[in-house]
Design a protein around this ligand. Structure first.
Ligand code: PLP
Length: 447
C-alpha cells in the first residue's frame, strides 16, 4: 500500500537514497528495502514504519546510558547557544580541561594526559603517531614498526587498518604502515567459555618470537583491544594481557590499549585496563565518552610520554606535537562528554553492568546447542555468537539472523561470521530475556 510505503521510506526518493554512499553497509540491498530509524528513547528506537526496536548494540557500542538522556540534551543545547565552536589550536575553552581531568579520574593510575580527537579511528592514529614520535624524541628513531593482532579492529584510517587484523578491512587498500600481527586468542579448547577463557596466556609469548625476528630496536608499540569487540567479542585469556605487559616492559616497547568499546563501563569497570588489571602506556577511547551523542574520541597517555614531548619541545612558543584535528575538544562534544560521565556516576551504571551481566551471560549461553551456533563468548555487557558458515558465504547467515531480529523488533549487529550484542547499561532483566529469545527464534528460522 502506497501510504505505508511512503511512511516506511520517510518520503525519500530513490535519488535521495542513492546520493548517500553508506558506510559499512550493503548499499544495494539497503536501498531496495531501507531500514530507517526516526527516533530513539531509552533502550528503544522507533523505525519509520512505526515499530519499537530494542537497541541490542547500544547504537554502535556508543549509547550505554540509553538514548535521549535529558541531562545530555540540556548540556548540549546550552553549549551550542553559549559557545558553538572555538578554535582548537592555540586557544582553549574551559570545558576541555574539565573533561580531560574528569577522564583522568576514571583512568588507571598513571594515565593522566588526554589528547582529544573526533573519533576512535583518529584516536588510534594519534596513539600510533605519538608512539613513533616519542621514540624519536628519546633518540631511538629506528623504533617505527607496530605489532597488532589478528582479528584486531582499530578503526579505518591508514594506521588503524595496518595494525588491524580483519582481512575484509585490509584487502582492498594496498600498503599501509609497517606492522606485523600477533595471533588471535580464539583457541578450540576455549569454545563456549563464559567470560575470560582459562587457556591462552602462552599466546602472548608469540611477541617474544616476533621480537627475536624483528628486533625491539625497530618496534614502537604493541596495540591490542583488551577485549576485541568488532571481530566478535573475544575476551582476553586469563594472564594474557599481563604477559604482554611484561614482554613490552622487558624490551622497552610501548603498550597501547584500544578501549574504544571497552572504555567507560561496558566491562563492568571504568576501563578494560582496570577490569583486567593491566595498565597500558596509552589508551584510546571514544563512543561511550559522549554516550554517542556527539562524535568524540581521545588518546590518554602516561605522564612520562607527555613530559618527554614537553622536555624536548624547544622554545616554549613551539609546538611540541604537530598534530591535532579541527574538531579536537569541540566544545559541544565536551559538554556531551561531561554530561555523559556525570550520568555514569550518578546512575551507578558501571556497577549496574556488573550486576546484570551474570543474567546476560546465562541467557546468552542458553543458546548453546542452537543450530549453526559454533561458539559463544561474553564479558560484561558484550557478547557474541559465531555462526557456522553457509557454503562459501561466511557472512550470509549472520546477516539473515540480524534481519529476522529487526523484523521482530530487535537490533543486533552482524559482523563477519558473528552476531554481536552490546546491551545498554540500563537494560532490564526482561529485556535481556526478550532479545536472547528473539535471537534464538531467528536462528531457528534459518533454512
Ligand atoms: N577501535 C576500536 C576498538 C573500535 O571498536 C572502533 C569502532 O568500532 C574504532 C577503533 C574506530 O572508531 P570510529 O568508528 O569512531 O572511528
Amino acid at each position: 500500500n502506497k501510504n505505508n510505503d511512503d511512511q516506511a521510506l520517510c518520503g525519500l526518493s530513490q535519488e535521495q537514497l542513492d546520493a548517500h554512499w553508506m558506510p559499512y553497509s550493503g548499499n544495494r540491498e539497503f536501498k531496495k528495502d531501507p531500514r530507517l530509524i526516526v527516533s530513539a528513547k531509552g533502550n528503544y528506537y522507533t523505525s519509520a514504519d512505526g515499530r519499537k526496536i530494542f537497541d541490542g548494540l547500544s547504537g554502535l557500542w556508543t549509547c550505554g546510558a540509553g538514548h535521549s538522556r535529558p541531562e545530555i540534551i540540556e548540556a548540549v543545547s546550552r553549549q551550542v547557544k553559549e559557545l558553538d565552536y572555538s578554535p582548537a589550536f592555540q586557544y582553549g575553552h574551559p570545558k576541555s580541561f574539565e573533561l580531560a581531568h574528569r577522564i583522568t579520574e576514571l583512568m588507571p593510575e598513571g594515565l593522566n594526559r588526554v589528547f582529544f580527537t573526533g573519533s576512535g579511528s583518529e584516536s588510534v592514529e594519534t596513539a600510533l603517531k605519538v608512539a613513533r614520535a616519542y621514540w624519536r624524541k628519546k633518540g631511538q628513531a629506528s623504533k617505527t614498526r607496530f605489532i597488532g593482532r589478528v582479528k584486531g579492529y582499530h578503526g579505518v584510517n591508514w594506521g588503524g587498518v595496518s595494525v588491524g587484523g580483519i582481512v575484509g578491512n585490509r584487502a582492498l587498500y594496498g600498503q599501509g604502515i609497517d606492522a606485523v600481527h600477533l595471533p588471535h586468542t580464539m583457541l578450540p579448547e576455549n569454545l563456549f567459555s563464559k567470560g575470560m577463557p582459562e587457556t591462552g596466556a602462552h599466546l602472548a609469548d608469540e611477541l617474544e618470537a616476533m621480537l627475536a625476528l624483528h628486533d625491539a630496536s625497530n618496534i614502537a608499540a604493541v596495540i591490542v583491544e583488551p577485549l576485541a569487540g568488532s571481530a566478535g567479542v573475544i575476551p582476553p585469556p586469563v594472564g594474557y594481557l599481563k604477559r604482554l605487559r611484561e614482554i613490552c616492559d622487558k624490551h622497552n616497547i610501548l603498550l597501547i590499549f584500544d578501549e574504544v568499546i571497552t572504555g567507560f563501563g561496558r566491562m563492568g569497570s571504568n576501563t578494560g585496563a582496570e577490569e583486567f588489571g593491566v595498565v597500558p602506556d596509552m589508551m584510546t577511547i571514544a563512543k561511550q565518552l559522549t554516550n554517542g551523542v556527539i562524535p568524540m574520541g581521545a588518546m590518554v597517555a602516561k605522564q612520562e610520554i607527555y613530559d618527554t614531548f614537553m622536555e624536548a619541545g624547544g622554545a616554549e612558543y613551539m609546538l611540541e606535537l604537530p598534530h591535532g584535528y579541527t574538531y579536537s575538544a569541540h566544545p559541544v562534544a565536551c559538554a556531551a562528554g561531561l554530561a555523559s560521565l556525570d550520568i555514569l556516576a550518578q546512575d551507578k551504571l558501571v556497577e549496574r553492568v556488573k550486576t546484570v551481566s551474570p543474567q546476560f551471560q546465562e541467557m546468552l549461553h542458553s543458546l548453546k546447542g542452537t543450530k549453526y551456533v559454533s561458539d559463544i563468548r561474553n564479558y560484561g555487557l558484550a557478547g557474541a555468537l559465531t555462526i557456522e558458515s553457509a557454503p562459501g558465504e561466511p557472512a550470509l547467515r549472520p546477516f539473515q539472523i540480524a534481519m529476522k531480529c529487526w523484523e521482530k523488533g530487535f537490533y543486533v549487529r552482524c559482523g563477519g561470521d558473528t552476531i554481536q550484542l552490546g546491551l545498554p547499561f540500563t537494560v532490564e532483566n526482561a529485556e535481556i530475556d526478550n532479545v536472547i529469545n528473539a535471537l534464538g527464534e531467528s536462528i531457528n528460522e534459518l533454512a
